[in-house]
Design a protein around this ligand. Structure first.
Ligand code: ADP
Ligand code: ZN
Length: 298
Protein backbone atom coordinates (compact mmCIF):
# COMPACT_ATOMS: atom_id res chain seq x y z
CA UNK A 1 0.00 0.00 0.00
CA UNK A 2 1.49 3.32 -1.06
CA UNK A 3 1.79 6.09 1.49
CA UNK A 4 1.55 9.76 0.64
CA UNK A 5 3.27 12.42 2.70
CA UNK A 6 1.59 15.80 2.96
CA UNK A 7 2.91 19.07 4.31
CA UNK A 8 0.97 22.24 4.89
CA UNK A 9 3.75 24.77 5.43
CA UNK A 10 2.54 27.86 7.27
CA UNK A 11 4.28 30.91 8.61
CA UNK A 12 3.54 29.92 12.20
CA UNK A 13 3.23 26.14 12.01
CA UNK A 14 4.02 23.15 9.84
CA UNK A 15 1.37 20.44 9.66
CA UNK A 16 2.54 17.09 8.32
CA UNK A 17 0.32 14.15 7.50
CA UNK A 18 0.67 10.59 6.24
CA UNK A 19 -2.19 9.38 4.08
CA UNK A 20 -3.11 6.17 2.31
CA UNK A 21 -3.73 6.56 -1.39
CA UNK A 22 -7.46 6.44 -0.69
CA UNK A 23 -7.10 9.42 1.63
CA UNK A 24 -7.20 7.84 5.06
CA UNK A 25 -4.99 9.80 7.44
CA UNK A 26 -2.58 7.51 9.29
CA UNK A 27 -0.50 9.99 11.28
CA UNK A 28 -0.05 13.70 11.86
CA UNK A 29 2.65 15.95 13.28
CA UNK A 30 2.47 19.67 13.98
CA UNK A 31 5.66 21.70 14.47
CA UNK A 32 6.25 25.39 15.04
CA UNK A 33 7.82 27.16 12.05
CA UNK A 34 11.24 28.19 13.38
CA UNK A 35 14.24 28.40 11.06
CA UNK A 36 14.90 25.87 8.29
CA UNK A 37 17.86 24.52 10.27
CA UNK A 38 15.60 23.82 13.23
CA UNK A 39 12.41 22.74 11.48
CA UNK A 40 13.69 20.70 8.56
CA UNK A 41 15.31 17.77 10.45
CA UNK A 42 12.15 16.74 12.36
CA UNK A 43 10.08 17.05 9.19
CA UNK A 44 12.47 14.84 7.27
CA UNK A 45 12.59 12.35 10.13
CA UNK A 46 8.79 12.11 10.19
CA UNK A 47 8.53 11.39 6.46
CA UNK A 48 11.55 9.04 6.56
CA UNK A 49 10.05 7.13 9.49
CA UNK A 50 6.93 6.38 7.46
CA UNK A 51 8.69 5.55 4.19
CA UNK A 52 6.51 7.67 1.93
CA UNK A 53 6.00 6.94 -1.78
CA UNK A 54 4.98 10.47 -2.83
CA UNK A 55 5.01 13.94 -1.33
CA UNK A 56 2.68 16.90 -1.70
CA UNK A 57 3.38 20.34 -0.28
CA UNK A 58 1.06 23.31 0.08
CA UNK A 59 3.12 26.22 1.30
CA UNK A 60 3.03 29.87 2.24
CA UNK A 61 4.68 31.91 -0.46
CA UNK A 62 5.48 33.47 -2.73
CA UNK A 63 6.78 30.29 -4.36
CA UNK A 64 8.76 29.36 -7.45
CA UNK A 65 6.42 26.92 -9.20
CA UNK A 66 7.82 26.78 -12.72
CA UNK A 67 9.02 23.17 -12.97
CA UNK A 68 11.57 24.13 -15.63
CA UNK A 69 13.19 26.82 -13.48
CA UNK A 70 16.35 26.15 -11.44
CA UNK A 71 14.65 27.26 -8.23
CA UNK A 72 11.47 25.15 -8.59
CA UNK A 73 10.04 24.39 -5.18
CA UNK A 74 11.64 27.34 -3.38
CA UNK A 75 9.95 29.88 -1.17
CA UNK A 76 10.97 33.24 -2.68
CA UNK A 77 10.37 36.78 -1.42
CA UNK A 78 8.70 35.98 1.90
CA UNK A 79 8.93 38.51 4.72
CA UNK A 80 9.95 35.55 6.91
CA UNK A 81 13.63 36.17 6.32
CA UNK A 82 14.92 32.78 7.52
CA UNK A 83 12.86 31.12 4.78
CA UNK A 84 13.59 33.57 1.97
CA UNK A 85 14.83 31.70 -1.13
CA UNK A 86 14.74 28.44 0.81
CA UNK A 87 14.42 25.37 -1.47
CA UNK A 88 11.68 23.67 0.55
CA UNK A 89 10.71 20.96 -1.92
CA UNK A 90 14.27 19.90 -2.81
CA UNK A 91 15.24 19.98 0.87
CA UNK A 92 12.39 17.66 1.83
CA UNK A 93 12.78 15.35 -1.13
CA UNK A 94 16.51 14.97 -0.40
CA UNK A 95 17.89 11.81 -1.96
CA UNK A 96 14.47 10.23 -2.38
CA UNK A 97 13.39 9.77 -5.97
CA UNK A 98 9.67 9.86 -5.30
CA UNK A 99 6.97 11.86 -7.12
CA UNK A 100 6.63 15.27 -5.51
CA UNK A 101 4.41 18.28 -6.12
CA UNK A 102 4.18 21.69 -4.58
CA UNK A 103 1.69 24.51 -4.76
CA UNK A 104 0.55 27.42 -2.68
CA UNK A 105 -1.29 26.61 0.55
CA UNK A 106 -4.40 28.23 -0.87
CA UNK A 107 -4.22 26.36 -4.19
CA UNK A 108 -3.96 23.18 -2.12
CA UNK A 109 -6.99 24.29 -0.13
CA UNK A 110 -9.10 25.07 -3.19
CA UNK A 111 -8.19 21.69 -4.67
CA UNK A 112 -9.29 19.93 -1.48
CA UNK A 113 -12.56 21.81 -1.26
CA UNK A 114 -13.34 21.16 -4.95
CA UNK A 115 -12.52 17.43 -4.71
CA UNK A 116 -13.90 16.61 -1.29
CA UNK A 117 -15.41 19.66 0.38
CA UNK A 118 -17.97 22.39 0.03
CA UNK A 119 -17.31 22.89 -3.71
CA UNK A 120 -17.28 19.19 -4.56
CA UNK A 121 -17.60 18.63 -8.28
CA UNK A 122 -17.24 22.29 -9.26
CA UNK A 123 -14.60 23.37 -11.76
CA UNK A 124 -14.30 27.11 -11.09
CA UNK A 125 -13.68 27.88 -7.46
CA UNK A 126 -11.72 30.40 -5.41
CA UNK A 127 -10.46 29.79 -1.88
CA UNK A 128 -9.60 32.87 0.15
CA UNK A 129 -7.95 32.80 3.54
CA UNK A 130 -8.32 35.90 5.69
CA UNK A 131 -5.92 35.53 8.58
CA UNK A 132 -2.54 37.06 9.37
CA UNK A 133 -2.44 37.77 5.64
CA UNK A 134 -4.90 37.28 2.79
CA UNK A 135 -4.23 34.62 0.19
CA UNK A 136 -6.26 33.18 -2.65
CA UNK A 137 -6.15 29.90 -4.51
CA UNK A 138 -7.84 29.61 -7.89
CA UNK A 139 -9.24 26.58 -9.68
CA UNK A 140 -10.29 27.53 -13.21
CA UNK A 141 -11.77 25.05 -15.65
CA UNK A 142 -10.70 22.32 -13.23
CA UNK A 143 -7.03 23.40 -13.18
CA UNK A 144 -5.08 25.18 -10.47
CA UNK A 145 -4.02 28.55 -11.85
CA UNK A 146 -0.32 29.43 -11.94
CA UNK A 147 0.38 31.55 -15.00
CA UNK A 148 3.16 34.08 -14.60
CA UNK A 149 3.83 33.14 -10.96
CA UNK A 150 0.65 32.21 -9.14
CA UNK A 151 -2.34 34.33 -8.19
CA UNK A 152 -1.70 36.91 -5.46
CA UNK A 153 -5.30 37.70 -4.72
CA UNK A 154 -4.37 39.22 -1.36
CA UNK A 155 -2.67 42.14 -3.03
CA UNK A 156 -5.47 43.26 -5.36
CA UNK A 157 -6.13 46.96 -4.98
CA UNK A 158 -9.40 48.15 -3.48
CA UNK A 159 -11.10 51.49 -3.13
CA UNK A 160 -11.13 52.93 0.38
CA UNK A 161 -14.20 52.84 2.59
CA UNK A 162 -15.21 56.43 3.46
CA UNK A 163 -15.29 55.60 7.19
CA UNK A 164 -11.93 53.83 7.25
CA UNK A 165 -9.53 55.74 9.51
CA UNK A 166 -6.60 53.88 7.91
CA UNK A 167 -7.47 53.76 4.18
CA UNK A 168 -3.91 53.11 2.99
CA UNK A 169 -3.75 49.90 5.01
CA UNK A 170 -0.67 48.19 6.44
CA UNK A 171 0.91 46.33 3.50
CA UNK A 172 4.59 47.33 3.21
CA UNK A 173 4.39 46.98 -0.60
CA UNK A 174 1.09 48.63 -1.57
CA UNK A 175 -1.25 51.39 -0.57
CA UNK A 176 -4.80 50.15 -0.26
CA UNK A 177 -4.39 46.48 -1.09
CA UNK A 178 -6.75 43.79 0.20
CA UNK A 179 -4.31 42.23 2.65
CA UNK A 180 -3.24 45.63 3.97
CA UNK A 181 -6.88 46.58 4.51
CA UNK A 182 -8.60 43.36 5.54
CA UNK A 183 -6.21 40.84 7.13
CA UNK A 184 -6.38 40.38 10.91
CA UNK A 185 -3.50 42.79 11.62
CA UNK A 186 -5.18 45.47 9.47
CA UNK A 187 -8.29 45.26 11.62
CA UNK A 188 -6.06 45.35 14.69
CA UNK A 189 -4.32 48.50 13.43
CA UNK A 190 -7.66 50.13 12.64
CA UNK A 191 -9.10 49.56 16.11
CA UNK A 192 -5.87 49.62 18.13
CA UNK A 193 -6.53 46.17 19.59
CA UNK A 194 -7.29 42.57 18.69
CA UNK A 195 -10.13 41.83 16.27
CA UNK A 196 -11.03 38.75 18.30
CA UNK A 197 -12.12 40.85 21.27
CA UNK A 198 -14.77 42.88 19.44
CA UNK A 199 -18.54 42.31 19.44
CA UNK A 200 -20.15 41.28 16.15
CA UNK A 201 -21.86 44.66 15.78
CA UNK A 202 -18.65 46.69 16.01
CA UNK A 203 -18.55 49.15 13.07
CA UNK A 204 -15.15 47.86 11.94
CA UNK A 205 -16.81 44.68 10.66
CA UNK A 206 -18.88 46.76 8.21
CA UNK A 207 -15.62 48.14 6.84
CA UNK A 208 -14.17 44.63 6.78
CA UNK A 209 -17.23 43.25 4.97
CA UNK A 210 -17.04 46.08 2.43
CA UNK A 211 -13.46 45.17 1.54
CA UNK A 212 -14.20 41.46 1.32
CA UNK A 213 -17.25 42.24 -0.84
CA UNK A 214 -15.13 44.37 -3.19
CA UNK A 215 -12.80 41.39 -3.44
CA UNK A 216 -15.71 39.05 -4.22
CA UNK A 217 -16.95 41.42 -6.93
CA UNK A 218 -13.49 41.58 -8.51
CA UNK A 219 -13.21 37.79 -8.40
CA UNK A 220 -16.67 37.30 -9.89
CA UNK A 221 -15.94 39.80 -12.67
CA UNK A 222 -12.53 38.38 -13.57
CA UNK A 223 -12.75 34.63 -12.90
CA UNK A 224 -16.48 33.92 -13.01
CA UNK A 225 -16.25 31.39 -10.17
CA UNK A 226 -19.15 29.12 -9.25
CA UNK A 227 -18.12 29.30 -5.60
CA UNK A 228 -16.00 31.60 -3.40
CA UNK A 229 -14.84 29.96 -0.19
CA UNK A 230 -13.86 32.30 2.64
CA UNK A 231 -11.69 30.74 5.34
CA UNK A 232 -8.98 31.72 7.81
CA UNK A 233 -9.00 33.14 11.34
CA UNK A 234 -10.93 36.34 10.62
CA UNK A 235 -13.75 34.30 9.05
CA UNK A 236 -14.25 32.56 12.39
CA UNK A 237 -16.37 35.67 12.85
CA UNK A 238 -19.45 34.09 11.29
CA UNK A 239 -21.36 37.37 11.36
CA UNK A 240 -19.16 38.50 8.45
CA UNK A 241 -20.69 36.07 5.93
CA UNK A 242 -24.15 37.69 5.65
CA UNK A 243 -22.57 41.15 5.57
CA UNK A 244 -20.18 40.16 2.78
CA UNK A 245 -22.92 38.47 0.76
CA UNK A 246 -25.27 41.45 1.02
CA UNK A 247 -22.57 43.97 0.08
CA UNK A 248 -21.42 41.79 -2.82
CA UNK A 249 -24.93 41.76 -4.23
CA UNK A 250 -25.27 45.50 -3.70
CA UNK A 251 -21.94 46.29 -5.38
CA UNK A 252 -22.76 44.01 -8.33
CA UNK A 253 -25.87 46.11 -8.87
CA UNK A 254 -27.83 43.34 -10.59
CA UNK A 255 -25.31 43.20 -13.44
CA UNK A 256 -24.43 39.51 -13.16
CA UNK A 257 -27.68 37.81 -14.17
CA UNK A 258 -27.20 34.47 -12.49
CA UNK A 259 -29.47 32.90 -9.87
CA UNK A 260 -26.29 31.89 -8.03
CA UNK A 261 -25.64 35.55 -7.34
CA UNK A 262 -29.15 36.98 -7.33
CA UNK A 263 -30.93 34.28 -5.30
CA UNK A 264 -28.50 31.76 -3.82
CA UNK A 265 -25.51 33.81 -2.84
CA UNK A 266 -25.55 32.04 0.54
CA UNK A 267 -24.48 28.93 -1.40
CA UNK A 268 -21.93 30.79 -3.50
CA UNK A 269 -19.97 32.67 -0.80
CA UNK A 270 -19.42 30.00 1.81
CA UNK A 271 -17.16 28.79 4.62
CA UNK A 272 -14.82 25.88 3.86
CA UNK A 273 -16.07 22.39 4.72
CA UNK A 274 -12.65 20.96 5.53
CA UNK A 275 -11.36 23.81 7.74
CA UNK A 276 -8.89 23.71 9.40
CA UNK A 277 -7.37 20.92 7.29
CA UNK A 278 -8.24 22.10 3.76
CA UNK A 279 -4.56 22.83 3.10
CA UNK A 280 -3.31 19.54 4.49
CA UNK A 281 -5.89 17.50 2.57
CA UNK A 282 -5.02 19.50 -0.55
CA UNK A 283 -1.34 18.71 -0.03
CA UNK A 284 -2.20 15.02 0.12
CA UNK A 285 -4.14 15.42 -3.15
CA UNK A 286 -1.14 17.14 -4.76
CA UNK A 287 1.05 14.21 -3.71
CA UNK A 288 -1.49 11.70 -5.01
CA UNK A 289 -1.73 13.51 -8.35
CA UNK A 290 2.07 13.43 -8.64
CA UNK A 291 2.04 9.67 -7.96
CA UNK A 292 -0.73 9.09 -10.52
CA UNK A 293 1.15 11.15 -13.14
CA UNK A 294 4.33 9.16 -12.62
CA UNK A 295 2.44 5.87 -12.95
CA UNK A 296 0.68 7.05 -16.09
CA UNK A 297 4.09 7.76 -17.66
CA UNK A 298 4.89 4.15 -16.83
P1 ADP B 1 -2.65 32.48 10.02
O1 ADP B 1 -3.10 33.34 8.90
O2 ADP B 1 -1.39 32.98 10.67
O3 ADP B 1 -2.63 31.02 9.70
P2 ADP B 1 -5.29 32.55 11.22
O4 ADP B 1 -5.88 32.13 9.93
O5 ADP B 1 -5.68 31.81 12.45
O6 ADP B 1 -3.72 32.63 11.20
O7 ADP B 1 -5.69 34.09 11.44
C1 ADP B 1 -5.28 34.81 12.53
C2 ADP B 1 -5.96 36.17 12.51
O8 ADP B 1 -7.37 35.97 12.63
C3 ADP B 1 -5.54 37.07 13.65
O9 ADP B 1 -5.19 38.34 13.12
C4 ADP B 1 -6.79 37.17 14.51
O10 ADP B 1 -6.92 38.44 15.13
C5 ADP B 1 -7.92 36.92 13.53
N1 ADP B 1 -9.10 36.33 14.17
C6 ADP B 1 -9.18 35.13 14.76
N2 ADP B 1 -10.42 34.91 15.26
C7 ADP B 1 -11.13 36.02 14.97
C8 ADP B 1 -12.49 36.45 15.20
N3 ADP B 1 -13.36 35.65 15.86
N4 ADP B 1 -12.87 37.65 14.75
C9 ADP B 1 -12.02 38.44 14.08
N5 ADP B 1 -10.74 38.12 13.84
C10 ADP B 1 -10.29 36.94 14.27
ZN1 ZN C 1 -0.09 44.44 -0.71
Amino acid sequence: MSKIGALEAGGTKMVLGIFTEAGEELDRLTLPTLTPAETLPPMRAFFDGHGIDALGIGSFGPLALNEQAHNYGSITSTPKLAWRDFPLLPALRGERSIPCAMDTDVNAAVLAEAELGVAKGLTDVVYITVGTGVGGGVLSGGRLVHGLLHPEVGHMLLRPHPDDPNPRGVCPYHDGCLEGLAAGPAIGARIGGDARDLPDDHPTFRIEAEYLAQMCVNLIMTLSPQCIILGGGVMQREALYPLVRARTQALLGGYVQSPAVLEHIDRMIVPPALFPVSGLVGSYLLGKQALDRTRAKG
